[in-house]
Ligand binder design. Sequence first.
Ligand code: 03F
Length: 209
Amino acid sequence: MSLLLDHLFTDLPPDRAVDTGLFLDSVSHLPAFIDCLGSKVFSLIKSDIIGNITKIRGVYEKDPQRFVTLQQILEAERQDHASEWPKVGATLALMWLKRGLRFIQILLQSLADGEKDENNPNLIRVSITKAYEGSLKRYHGWLVQKIFKAALMAAPYRSDFIKALSKGEEVKEEECLEKVRHFLVNFTATVDAIYDMYTELNAELDYTV
Ligand code: 03F
């Protein structure tokens, strides 16, 4: 059984409210994948993701009954930190975390769709670049874009990435991609719902780091 299928994101309710506890549980399994990618360059990315999950969890655990949904956290912080919001607390942490999730979503979708560089079919740079352009690039200044380029060079081969997604087991590529497609259903719906919430609450910022 692959790791991906062990930790599926849950179905959203009709109003698309994201349950904070369930979201944190699901998302906390993602950083382990980054260890499987095999280069130290990725530890920076991993600690950024873990840092943001920890920040959101810290707010949630102060009052889980008050913060049942992610939207309740954003609304409470908007009230409590009027002058700084949305560049504050869990609102800021989730703003960045969702961009990393969008990156992962586009990357996995591109692999699932079979997008390839025909000259280098065992590289996944085409998919990684597509994911970066669709999620993070516009928020990165030249220095961080350079870090991205270094990470791109250190990216695993398609076959090794597929193996990493399958907990190190040798599985057929198509079998793994079928699981990825299954994983993507609720994962994509959740990421979309979080993006829509940021738009509706006017909580999105576009500064670069
Ligand atoms: C801003 C910013 N965070 C931080 O400064 C930058 C960190 C390093 C970014 C390096 C870019 C490289 C990305 C692409 C790598 C390609 C890898 C390819 C692998 C195949 C924010 O930080 C803080 O987060 C916030 O808390 C703070 O308060 O302004 C705020 C203040 O600053 C970012 O740009 C977020 C970076 C997230 C990158 C996520 C990439 C995920 C990569 C790989 C995952 C692969 C595993 C997928 C498998 C999943 C299977 C289920």
